[in-house]
Design a binder for this molecule. Structure first.
Ligand code: ATP
Ligand code: MG
Length: 599
């Protein structure tokens, strides 16, 4: 979310932006008083009204690592705040004590920061509001709009009704407020075991919307909480907590995914009643739903991601094959590539599944601009130039970026013995194969034209050494492929060869580890059919090879990204790459390889 992207982002309008612009135009929030840090009083008193400010929030539950779907939500919420001069709060929705951990909190903050999300001082936890939420719950009881329910979970389910039929009133529904209040206080005091009672709102058991059928808002849970410790043994439910947290923080636009559409009447009901009680000030936050991101060839459900990690199908949350933000980061994705992706797919009201290739294209586009070019030989075979003087060496010039002369050139050492890619030689070339074969000529990129004279084979018949001769007058000038029509080009440079291959000098090349990744699943929609998603894991999604690299690559810093010519974009691994012992991950392949395209 760098400034240079903001105009681009602002240009791509969508229905959420339209709502925000309309609210700003009509001054919907102009009457609102803006508090500093939220608290029970902040919604009433605080700094003067500031109608120009919208407030959004990103509210993850700290029960897993963030994935690309969350990135969409982060970029949307922080992007709105940035583009409309507002604020975006970072809030942990930590109401479930048993599934939440500090490790997740830390990783989530890191991921949001990496994506460019800036919450300033506005970092909150729903658990900060436990006391206020409790007081508000007492208010609901006192107003006859909540009651303590003492049926068992099974009995409750039986009365709940279905999607097509209304539910039935519980015998405890008309419990006098004083009795409910007493029981609720004793619930808080820890007098009852888990499950003995719950607190329910009193709305409408006949409602066509199941969320409005007297939803449970508190349950007893004798469990340790990652922030409040053992202070509480009753915990508020998500629907009740979320809307109130938004209101306490003066959120204007509460953006969530479509599955919460049916929860919106409850969101509004809770806040409207609290405003009626005088506990909150209008205008209240507005919930807006957008379509969640679904992506082919990955799973985005937290449950499934946890299973992949905990059962050892991948090597941790930051495995470069996972669609987690930490995984993408290690894979070589940049925040800008994810921003580009978010802009390209837009924000819609209809659920859809985006093809993984769109994301990969965004990465290519971004890395094409920022990644210097380097050479690596991944599957080496030896090439010896028999007429090149033994013991000699020279430098060849190669541009750091073919479209960016200002990035300059680097010298690549050349000598008599080289490594080339095994696939750049064919003993019996097929039609249209323009690389090396017996008798054929090819340009060693940035260097000379060579001709294959003969091959040596090993005991099992594999090509071991390719012997060539070179044309000393054919050296490529200054890093550019020779332009045959260019004035001043030597006669040799005018000589045309169709093939163009990369190489490294054997005595100078550095050894390095390179990891090649493929999609984690074999099918585009894992787990959609009758087969369990784990059975659809691609067994060949990772291979690790030892490759030959341009000498300077051994000094690559973790997260430094390069294009290895013809092989794709690579990143020095964040964790495993060390100076002198580089480890590269392939982020994405190139669309076309210049070996073919260049002919
Ligand atoms: P859970 O099943 O645990 O609720 P979740 O993926 O919804 O999982 P949250 O931590 O609740 O996780 O999500 C935080 C925010 O990210 C929410 O506002 C949610 O709507 C949004 N979000 C989650 N998944 C996606 C997705 N696939 N696309 C867009 N936004 C998403
Ligand atoms: Mg959720």
């Amino acid at each position: 979310m760098k400034a240079e992207n903001s105009s681009k982002a602002a240009a791509a309008t969508n229905f959420v932006r339209n709502i925000v612009e309309e609210d700003l135009r009509t001054g919907k929030y102009a009457s609102r008083r803006w508090g500093g840090r939220p608290g029970p009083a902040a919604a009433h008193a605080g700094a003067p009204a500031d109608p120009a400010r919208i407030r959004t929030r990103f509210p993850p539950e700290p029960n897993g690592y963030l994935h690309i779907g969350h990135a969409k939500s982060i970029l949307l919420n922080f992007g709105l705040a940035r583009d409309y001069g507002g604020l975006c709060h970072m809030r942990f929705d930590d109401t479930n004590p048993t599934k939440e951990e500090q490790e997740y909190v830390d990783s989530i903050l890191d991921a949001v920061r990496w994506l460019g999300g800036d919450w300033g001082e506005h970092l909150y936890y729903a658990s900060d509001y436990f006391e206020t939420l409790y007081r508000f719950a007492e208010m609901f009881i006192e107003h006859g709009l909540a009651y303590v329910e003492s049926l068992s979970a099974d009995e409750l389910r039986a009365l709940r009704g279905t999607l097509t039929e209304g539910g039935e009133n519980s015998p405890y529904r008309d419990r006098p407020p004083a009795e409910s209040l007493d029981l609720f206080r004793r619930m808080r005091a820890g007098e009852f075991p888990d499950g003995a009672h719950v607190l329910r709102l009193k709305i409408d058991m006949a409602s066509g919307n199941i969320n409005m059928r007297d939803p449970v808002i508190y349950r007893i849970r004798h469990a340790h909480h990652h922030r409040t410790g053992d202070a509480w043994c009753i915990y508020p439910m998500y629907d009740y907590t979320h809307c109130i947290s938004d209101a306490l923080e003066n959120i204007t636009h509460s953006i969530c995914t479509l599955e919460f559409e049916d929860h919106r009447p409850l969101y509004d009901w809770v806040l409207e009643r609290l405003a009626d009680f005088g506990a909150l000030a209008r205008p209240l936050p507005r919930q807006i739903e957008f379509a969640r991101l679904n992506l082919t060839y990955v799973v985005l459900s937290k449950r499934k991601l946890i299973q992949l990690v905990e059962d050892g199908h991948v090597e941790g949350w930051d495995d470069p094959r996972l669609p987690t933000i930490v995984g993408f980061r290690r894979r070589g994705y940049t925040p800008e590539s994810l921003q580009l992706f978010a802009e390209r797919i837009g924000v819609a009201k209809e659920n859809s599944t985006i093809d993984m290739s769109i994301l990969e294209d965004c990465l290519r586009e971004d890395l094409n601009e920022r990644a210097p070019r380097r050479i690596a030989v991944l599957d080496p075979v030896k090439l010896v130039i028999d007429n090149y003087p033994e013991g000699s060496e020279e430098q060849c010039q190669a541009p750091n970026h073919p479209q960016k002369p200002e990035w300059g050139q680097r010298a690549i050492p050349f000598s008599r013995e080289l490594w080339i890619e095994r696939e750049d030689f064919m003993e019996n070339p097929s039609k249209g194969y323009f690389r090396l074969s017996p008798g054929a000529e090819v340009r060693l990129r940035y260097a000379y034209i060579v001709k294959c004279e003969r091959v040596e084979k090993d005991a099992s018949g594999n090509v071991a050494v390719i012997h060539c001769s070179y044309d000393p007058a054919s050296k490529s000038s200054q890093g550019q492929l020779p332009d045959p029509g260019r004035a001043g080009a030597s006669g040799a440079e005018k000589k045309k060869v169709k093939g163009n291959i990369h190489w490294l000098s054997a005595q100078h090349a550095a050894a390095g580890k390179v990891r090649l990744y493929d999609r984690l699943f074999r099918v585009s929609n894992p787990g959609a059919g009758s087969v369990e998603f784990l059975a659809e894991i691609n067994p060949d999604s990772k291979s690790s090879i030892s490759a030959w690299l341009e000498p300077a690559l051994t000094e690559a810093k973790p997260e430094e990204r390069f294009q290895f010519e013809r092989h794709g974009y690579f990143v020095a691994d964040l964790k495993d790459s060390k100076a002198g012992a580089p480890v590269f991950n392939r982020a994405v392949t190139l669309r076309d390889s210049w070996g073919k395209a260049g002919s």
